[in-house]
Design a protein around this ligand. Sequence first.
Ligand SMILES: NC(=O)c1ccc[n+]([C@@H]2O[C@H](COP(=O)([O-])OP(=O)(O)OC[C@H]3O[C@@H](n4cnc5c(N)ncnc54)[C@H](OP(=O)(O)O)[C@@H]3O)[C@@H](O)[C@H]2O)c1
Length: 242
Amino acid sequence: MTIERKIAVVTGANKGIGFEICRQLLQQNCHVLLTARDEHRGRQAVEQLAEPGARIEFFQLDVTRQDHVDSLGDTLQRQYGRCDILVNNAGIFPDPRNDLENEWPSLLTASIDDVQKGIETNTYGTLRLCQMAVPMMQKAGYGRIVNISSGMGQLSDMNGCCPGYRISKTGVNVITRILADELQDENILINSMCPGWVKTDLGGPGATRELAEGADTAIWLATLPDDGPSGLFFRDRTPIPW
Ligand SMILES: NC(=O)c1ccc[n+]([C@@H]2O[C@H](COP(=O)([O-])OP(=O)(O)OC[C@H]3O[C@@H](n4cnc5c(N)ncnc54)[C@H](OP(=O)(O)O)[C@@H]3O)[C@@H](O)[C@H]2O)c1
C-alpha cells in the first residue's frame, strides 16, 4: 500500500524557522513547496534540502503580492488539486530600534508606515495564503494550517514597544480564531503558535532556542490527527492564552 504524500506549502522558507520547518516536513514524508520571495535564495535553500528521495520544489512567493499568491494557487490546483498543509511563517519585524538610545519605538512615536508594513506582510500575507488554500482544503476534505505568531501578539501579556510587530501578530491570531470558527464542521484544523525566542536573523544573536526547537510545535500542528485541536494558540505543544 502506498501512502500519499501530503502537499505542504511553507512561506518565507529560504532561511530561519521556515527553512527548518521544510527540513522537518520532509522527514515526515511530505512533498514540500519551499517558497521564498527571492528566487536565488529560495533555490539555494531547496538545493540544501534536496537529498535523494526528498520531494521538494521551489516556488517564488512574496506574501505581499496577490499575483504571486494567485499563481501559487493555480499551480497547486493544476499539479496536485490540493494543498494539505499550509505554514504561514513569512514574517518581518518592522519596528526599527534606535541604536543610539537603545530603544524600540513606542506606540506614540511609531511610524504608521512601519506599522502598515508589519500588517501587510505578517497579517495580510497570512490572510491571502489562507484565502488561497482553504477552498482547496474544503474540496479535499482535509487541511492543516499553522500560523506562526508570537508571544508579542498575546493580548493577555501585552507590553509596551514595537507596535508594528505586536499589532500584526495579534492580527494573525484573529485570523486563526475567525477561520477556526468558520471551519469548525470541516476537517481543517487551524492554529497559531509561538516558536519561542529562536536564533535567527529576526530573533537576533541573544536568542535562546535552536531552530529545531522553534520548528517543533509547527510540525506537530501541521501533522495533527483528525481529532486534533483547532482555534488555539500554542507554545511547546501546549496551549497558551491569547
Ligand atoms: N525568531 C524568533 O525568535 C521568533 C519569535 C516569535 C515569532 N517568530 C516568527 O517566526 C517566523 C519566522 O521568523 P524567523 O525568526 O525565522 O525570521 P527570519 O530568519 O528573518 O526569516 C523570515 C523569513 O520571512 C521571509 N519574508 C519576509 N517578508 C516576506 C515576504 N513579503 N514574502 C515572503 N517571505 C518573506 C524572509 O525572506 P527574506 O530572506 O527574503 O527576507 C525570511 O525567509 C516569523 O513569522 C516571525 O515573526 C520568530
